[in-house]
Design a protein. Structure first.
Length: 66
């Protein structure tokens, strides 16, 4: 349903961040389903993006190995 918020899906899932986009391929499909669509609160990129939203002074160019 459009506009609904599913708590099991990462709020950044449909964003355009390159750190997330690297995971969106067939080789990482199980990782995407396991982490991005279920347990995103354990994802380092999620935490970086969350901090970036609340702290405009944070370093937006920090990269984490996927």
């Amino acid at each position: 349903m459009p506009g609904s918020k599913d708590k099991t899906i990462c709020p950044f899932f449909q964003g355009n961040d390159e750190r997330c986009a690297r995971r969106f391929n067939l080789q990482c499909l199980s990782e995407v389903f396991g982490q991005c669509l279920d347990e995103y609160e354990y994802c380092q990129v999620y935490h970086q993006l969350s901090v970036g939203q609340t702290d405009p002074e944070s370093d937006a160019d920090v990269h984490v190995a996927a």
